[in-house]
Unconditional design. Structure first.
Length: 65
């Protein structure tokens, strides 16, 4: 869950920076970069959670044998 929280914070901060940039291209780019990193962190966290649950399921099946 921590990964999702970090991702959400990065996206929100990035969008806020881009929105408050006042038309300055460098700030818009920095905000979009931070939001993009947040999106990557969110997707990576989702894949991690799914992979861990599959590992636990596999271990459970092996113990039942």
């Amino acid at each position: 869950m921590r990964g999702f929280a970090v991702a959400l914070v990065l996206v929100v901060v990035g969008v806020a920076v881009a929105a408050a940039s006042g038309g300055r291209v460098a700030l818009q780019a920095a905000g979009l970069l931070v939001a993009g990193v947040g999106s990557v962190v969110g997707v990576s966290s989702a894949f991690y959670v799914i992979g861990r649950s599959e590992d636990r399921e596999r271990e459970r099946r092996e113990r039942e044998r």
